[in-house]
Design a protein around this ligand. Sequence first.
Ligand code: MSP
Length: 510
Amino acid sequence: MNFIITTPLYYVNDKPHLGSVYTTIICDSIARYKRLRGENVLFITGVDEHGLKIQRTALKNGVSPKEHCDEISDVFKKNWNEWNISFNKFIRTTSKEHEKVVYEFYEKVKASNDIYMGEQKGWYCVGCEEFKDNPDNSASHKCPIHKKNLEWKNETNLFFRLSKYQEAIEELIKDPEFIEPKERRNEIINFVSKGLKDFSISRTNLEWGIRVPDHINHTFYVWFDALLGYVSAISAEDKNYSLDLSIKSGWPASLHIIGKDILRFHAIYWPAMLISAGMKTPKKIFGHGFLTREGQKMGKSLGNVLDPKILLNKYGEESVRWYLLKDISLGSDGDFQDRRFVDIINNDLANTIGNLLNRTITMSRKWFNNRTPSIRERNNSEIITLANNSIKNYLVYFDNYKIDKASNEILNFATNVNLYLNKKEPWSLIKDDKNINEVKLIIYNVLEATRIIGTLIEPVLPQFSLKILHQLGEVDIDNKDWEERLKWGLLQESIDLPKPIPIINKLDYE
Ligand code: MSP
């Protein structure tokens, strides 16, 4: 079965900020998890390059929109490689492949009699690329998200008959699986219950967009264009790229991960457009929360962004991944705090997991000739029960996209293994020869537990996982089924254990 997962297509008005890194890291860990569970994953990301916001940014920078987009799109792509993001497709909305899909889609919607010409008047936020329904009544209308002045627009535009899909959307959002988390779903249910209004899907006076074929002085509204990137991405690399080929090759998406600010577009406009075109709706929309920085909202337009590049160079991608995935529950807002970041990395990764591995390998090497111990019999240790329980919980959590809980399950297991080791005190037992078999068993159990930890952590921290497993002398991991690797007792006895090196360095406070 195909599992299609998408990030939003990021605006190229600026280079990636921590918010976009956050969304992408979430998708990456889910994509990795699904692959390990044997699913055929298509992980789509890309950039949203048209619209007024981008046109103005290019103008400000003194370059053409095309030059601007080429440059920033490239930055995004390189950036995801630096963050070790395992995307399969990167779609640009300025590509010819995408443009073709937009045209074909438009024809289908038109054939459903869902397009008409109308008057669009209202307050527009260029940051959101959205008309605002009820801007506050202050003299200067401001966007509640961007805190910038709204612009009055009065245009003749093409409209999409969203109102026709009132019942279809009500029906769709009734399914609790469609929008997550619950609170976000309630917001959408509430919004829809007030009655859906048609929205404009074209702009006049906007050069930088895809031309509407039968209305040459109109360009498509950036959202009517960008959402289709999820579809065009599927067949874009095939020489016969087309809407139909994308549909045949796997549409609908299984999961759109997005920030809560763009939920309406994804949970209402997008499914209605798809139904109009006779296409299937995505299976799930997950709206994650916002990242704040030491308590303050972070965003490109607000100018308080934490440059992810600096974090990447200073701490490495996996420390940042651990903080964002383990410490923030998917769907809730999260705060990035420097001090907490350092504490979490040091406590969880360097101490609880890293030290456990390091000191146990050191004992094993010292007492058993640089090898894992060979054990006479495998008893039903408490540690095996703990491992199996943790694995069971972890899988349920991950299946439900509770990545923080899944990560904490690994951590709790590691804490319990530390307790087991400290309680058993093999360093005291080893002093008496008659305890040798017991010591071997304890060390084997702890090493095997760290192998389980290293295996479980793979979707969250792929590099860290590999380092753990290599330290345990594990080779040829890729050729073994991941779920099989979660079975207790697979660590080989009497195999060489490489000299331990710290798998992560402790961080210092600045
Ligand atoms: N181009 C549209 C998406 C089109 S999808 C067909 C867009 N782009 S964006 O670059 O502005 O935002 C991309 C994502 O980043 C959104 O999901 C948004 O919620 C997320 N974030 C932007 N700021 C954020 C934080 N401070 N914290 C977490 N994520 C936030 O919207």
